[in-house]
Write a protein that binds this ligand. Sequence first.
Ligand code: SF4
Length: 101
Amino acid sequence: MAAVEALFHRQQTDDRWMDTAACKGLTYLYFPSPAERPQARERREAAAKMVCGSCTVNVMCREFARINHEYGLWGGESEDERHEAGFRLIAPIGVRARDAV
Ligand code: SF4
């Protein structure tokens, strides 16, 4: 196993909580489209966070994304917010890459 795989090997978890996700069918809100502009990102993430705010599995979702270094918005938390909380992406880019040392 390569070093990076050993560091970031996906945790085996009980994923049944996903069955009750409030975001089913709304994937477009949780991941950016190519070349998404900052203003569009703000609007998309605000809409996603509204859905997350009413989701019964919010805490489990956020924890899952943190542990597994997920991309996109999970549990009401964006990639940037997860990064700032100390849960880095596997391959950070841009501003996050400068902080990943
Ligand atoms: S917390 Fe948000 S991203 Fe997570 S399952 Fe619920 S609606 Fe989806």
